[in-house]
Design a protein around this ligand. Structure first.
Ligand code: AMP
Length: 205
């Protein structure tokens, strides 16, 4: 049995066609049900659809053998206990530092709003810049507008959200896309089964 953890939301919409092309199908009746463990067209493959931030946790602890999750989530989690084996090239965006103007970044005690607290801390430490990280769960772009923070660290795709809130990206922190990750122990014990699916997915990217 193989359990694959998929990230809910925008990644899921782009993941399902990739899996479908690789031959793994999950019926709409399964996806629209309230079940948490979904059947696929293979008796030996089950799928769970969970919050993106939970995917590396499930895979790390072996509750799922494989997972599909954004690089942003992996950077934040630390990717301990798992192998990152494929870049799926979907849900592409960039992790950026943004502010209303460059002078804001010169603040002595820089306040940074983000949901990526570990990644932001590492970024500013590497720049030898002290800062106060303010953890938010959404609407990061609002923080500089209302004076909660001087800048934000957030995902940028088209840049429209930044622009609409008077913000400009000033530094690129990481290129983001969805990755296929595998539990380290499962990669040994279920190697043939896992490799078969990875090859099928990779062939159809
Ligand atoms: P945009 O206006 O196209 O730059 O999109 C920015 C907004 O979409 C921000 O609120 C981001 O957090 C979110 N976003 C952009 N790309 C992604 C992604 N690949 N995964 C999750 N959220 C994203």
């Amino acid at each position: 049995m193989l359990t694959i953890a998929l990230s809910k939301g925008r990644i899921l919409k782009q993941t399902l066609p990739l899996l479908d092309k690789a031959g793994l199908k999950i019926a709409d009746t399964e996806l629209n049900s309230r079940k948490l463990i979904l059947n696929s067209n293979f008796d030996d493959v089950k799928v769970i659809v969970i919050r993106a931030t939970d995917v590396p946790v499930f895979v790390q602890h072996g509750a799922a053998d494989m997972g599909i999750v954004g690089k942003d989530v992996l950077l934040e989690h630390g990717a301990e206990g798992l192998f990152e084996l494929l870049d799926l090239g979907i849900a592409k965006c960039q992790l950026m530092l943004a502010a209303s103007n460059k002078n804001k970044l010169k603040q002595h005690n820089l306040k940074v709003a983000t949901k990526y607290i570990n990644t932001a801390k590492r970024y500013f430490e590497a720049q030898s810049k002290s800062c106060e990280i303010i953890k938010l769960y959404g609407a990061m772009e609002l923080a500089p507008v209302v004076g909660l923070a001087h800048c934000i660290v957030d995902l940028v795709e088209t840049g429209n959200t930044l622009k609409a809130n008077g913000l400009t990206p000033f530094a690129h922190i990481a290129d983001i896309s969805s990755r296929l990750v595998v539990n380290i122990a499962a990669f040994k014990t279920k190697n043939v089964h896992i490799k078969t699916w990875i090859q099928a997915i990779e062939k159809n990217l």
